[in-house]
Design a protein around this ligand. Structure first.
Ligand SMILES: [Zn+2]
Length: 369
């Protein structure tokens, strides 16, 4: 069966361990999931939502927001999709909880981003002891960018302790593939193939749903290419290291202050950003909705540039659980970026005054460079 490939190609220890789970899950799913699943040719079965129908549905657990958005886009009403991480906690610093083991023990399918983004799954899957669990690694066959080649590590300065730690967490490749719509399409395709493997009689639905969503991603990609065309070759600075795939996809260069959003900037980090902003004549630093505002507010003041936001969607509100959120948020991100390059004021700017009340300008930034 073609779908046996899912989860088998990753070189990491985690996924090799999972491959055994995948094989047994596919074998078992032929006998279990499919018999309970509603038939593909009944349109009524797609819309019913009685508790019995929900319990009968394929139970799919996703890790964090973009993975949930993509999985819901493919599954539609056919499967019950539940996100493992609380929406306000990102995958970089998530610590697994006992109830997570229970969630995985009861699931048919687990969908992850892959590329080391969800290290917490390693023990979780082991502890869940669910021989039926099919694990979909959405990064399968996606072209990756090595952590070492990312701008900011290439000037020969010594990595801070935090950067070393982040590198360890991330492994050798940057995991933020979902922020490139082209790679997001591949993730959606992988999720589609995985759900079909788990629930073959839903193939028609999963294929139709994914085709519709992929078309929206293609439109987004086309619009983005057009909007960013005038800025090809330019550099922008994001708060943490989430942007290399997006940047590469649109022939831009991305720099960052920190490897992971939870860190504190070192003097080297601050100097690197200051040099970049000065050299590239950048008008705006891009923070994230949930982090980076304090650190960037101080820097922006010193550099006399603005602060705006680019949302990597690692955390968000309840609306961020829906497939549409990815599209609208990426559109907004692109708009913000265009504004960052041109320096023209639009409503997407956060007024800088609100970001830097005297009390929150971080001392570590102010005194270290
Ligand atoms: Zn990240």
């Amino acid at each position: 069966m073609v779908h046996l490939k899912i989860g088998l190609r990753q070189p990491s220890r985690v996924v090799r361990h999972l491959s055994i789970v995948v094989v047994s899950a596919i074998a078992l799913s032929l006998g279990s999931c499919t018999s309970n699943a509603p038939s593909t040719n009944s349109s009524a079965s797609q819309t019913q939502s009685s508790p019995a129908a929900t319990a009968d549905k394929l139970q799919v657990v996703t890790t964090f927001l973009p993975i949930t958005q993509f999985t819901k886009a493919v599954a539609g009403d056919r499967a019950q999709v539940t996100q493992l991480l609380p929406i306000n906690i990102g995958p970089h610093d998530y610590q697994a909880k006992p109830e997570d083991v229970r969630k995985l023990a009861q699931a048919d399918v687990l969908v992850q981003n892959g590329l080391g983004m969800e290290e917490f799954l390693k023990n979780l899957i082991k502890n869940a002891g669910n021989a039926h669990l099919l694990v979909i690694d959405s990064s399968q066959e996606v072209q990756t960018i090595a952590t070492e080649t990312i701008e900011g590590h290439e000037h020969g300065h010594e990595l801070s302790e935090k950067q070393e730690e982040a590198k360890h967490i991330h492994g050798e490749v940057n995991p933020h593939i979902w922020l490139d719509p082209k790679r997001a399409i591949q993730q959606v395709e992988n999720i589609r193939d995985g759900l079909i493997a788990a629930d073959p009689s839903g193939e028609e639905i999963y294929s139709a749903n994914s085709a519709a969503y992929i078309q929206r991603l293609r439109d987004l990609d086309g619009e983005t290419t057009k909007l960013l065309q005038p800025f090809v070759g330019k550099t922008f600075v994001a708060f943490h290291d989430f942007a290399p795939y997006f940047a590469t996809s649109y022939n831009l260069k991305a720099k960052f202050l920190l490897d992971v959003p939870e860190g504190n900037p070192s003097p080297n980090d601050v100097k690197r950003v200051m040099d970049t902003v000065k050299a590239s004549n950048l008008k705006t630093l891009l923070t994230e909705p949930q982090s980076g505002q304090d650190a960037f507010a101080g820097l922006a003041k010193d550099l006399n540039v603005r602060v705006s936001t680019f949302d990597p969607m690692e955390t968000g509100g309840t609306e961020a659980l829906q497939p549409n959120y990815y599209i609208t948020t990426m559109r907004q991100n692109v708009k913000t970026l265009v504004t960052a390059f041109t320096g023209k004021s639009t409503q997407s700017f956060l007024p800088i005054q609100t970001l830097q009340p005297v009390a929150v300008v971080p001392q570590q930034v102010g005194v270290r460079f």
